[in-house]
Each structure stands twice: as structure tokens, then as C-alpha cells.
Design a protein around this ligand. Structure first.
Ligand code: HEC
Length: 168
């Protein structure tokens, strides 16, 4: 029993570092600390379980991975203001982004999707995203056309708060 466990440990230790491949469910070395950074910098809006803030902030859980199916989606994920303007440095931001996709996007991430690299995140976050609402709406329409997203689903939903009397 002990020998078998030791052998298994040695086998794992001998495996080459898999950092170059996106392997859902397997935390990468670069992810150390990403969960904590998410909790400190993103959770306030997107929720600890990635559930978002209905009516205001999109859920990441079961949704964020969909963007990886679109050519412009990868760029969008790095440039959306909550990401691009984070106080996190490029290395930590990249780790958080990859952690987010692995944690909340595992089921939806496109086959062959490669993790974000620090170099591309560093470059992309400097370019402000113009008309992000229009871009997001167009991407959601593309996802619906591909059959990946239900017609009424937008990841944001409706705020549960009752409307003010007389309001719209
Ligand atoms: C102040 C609230 C807020 C914070 C903090 C925030 N976000 Fe966001 N995030 C949003 C909103 C709102 C959107 C929808 C797009 C937009 O309007 O900017 C969004 C969109 C996104 C998207 C694209 C998903 C989609 O459905 O459009 C990702 C990915 C994302 N955020 C990740 C993060 C990460 C990672 C952090 C922490 C580093 C973070 N966000 C911090 C509010 C926030």
C-alpha cells in the first residue's frame, strides 16, 4: 500500500510540467494565489461562486467560457474594464483570468483553448475597449446563432429588487 502510494507520488513528480496545456480541472502552478486575488478584487461584483450580481454584473459560472468560442472573445476577456483596469499586475491578472476560466468556465471552454499568457494580457489591457456593450451584445448573438446560448439568456438576468413605484 505504502509502496504503491510512493510509486504514484514519484510518477507524478516525474511528469513534465503541463503549464503549456490547458487542462481543465488541473490547477496550474501559475494559479497559486489566484483564488485569493479573485476573492479580493473580483468577488465583490462577480460573487464568490461566480454567480454575478443579477441585473448588474454577469455571472462567470457556466457563462464566461462561452466567449472562448468566438475569435473576438479572447480579446474581450482581457480588455473588459473589470479585468483590464484591475490593480493586479500583469502576472497576477493573467493567473486570475486563467483561474476564472478553469473554475467557472470548465464546462464551456472551447476545445483547444489555450491559457492566457502574461505577454498577451499585458498588451491587451492597454487597449481600451470601445463600445463594450455593443460588442458583448453582438457576441451573445453569435453564440445564440451557434446554438451555444439560449435566446433569453444574457448572463446578467434581472435584478431581484422590486421596481420603485411609478418607475419604468
Ligand atoms: C465593479 C464591479 C466589477 C469588478 C470589481 C469586476 N468586474 Fe468583471 N465585469 C463587471 C461588469 C459590469 C461586466 C460586464 C461588462 C461591462 O459592462 O464591463 C464584467 C465583465 C467581466 C467579464 C466578461 C464576462 C461577460 O459576461 O461579459 C469577465 C471575464 C470579468 N468581468 C472578469 C473579472 C475579473 C477577473 C475581475 C477581477 C480582476 C473583475 N471582473 C472585476 C463588473 C466587475
Amino acid at each position: 500500500m505504502r509502496a504503491a502510494r510512493l510509486a504514484a507520488l514519484l510518477l507524478v513528480a516525474a511528469l513534465p510540467a503541463a503549464a503549456a496545456d490547458y487542462t481543465p480541472g488541473r490547477p496550474l502552478e501559475s494559479h497559486a494565489g489566484a483564488r485569493l486575488d479573485y476573492a479580493l478584487k473580483c468577488k465583490g461584483c462577480h460573487g464568490l461562486r461566480g454567480q454575478g450580481t443579477p441585473g448588474h454584473v454577469p455571472r462567470l459560472e457556466g457563462f464566461v467560457g462561452l466567449f472562448t468560442h468566438l475569435p473576438e472573445g479572447r480579446d474581450y476577456l482581457m480588455r473588459v474594464p473589470g479585468v483590464a483596469r484591475s490593480v493586479l499586475d500583469d502576472v497576477r491578472l493573467t493567473a486570475v483570468l486563467n483561474w476564472v476560466l478553469e473554475t467557472y468556465g470548465r464546462e464551456q471552454v472551447a476545445p483547444g483553448f489555450r491559457p492566457f499568457t502574461v505577454a498577451e494580457v499585458a498588451a491587451a489591457r492597454l487597449r481600451p475597449l470601445e463600445d463594450r456593450k455593443g460588442l458583448r451584445d453582438r457576441m451573445l448573438a453569435e453564440l445564440r446563432a451557434k446554438g451555444l446560448l439560449a435566446p433569453e439568456e444574457d448572463g446578467i438576468g434581472r435584478s431581484p429588487e422590486p421596481r420603485a413605484p411609478g418607475g419604468g
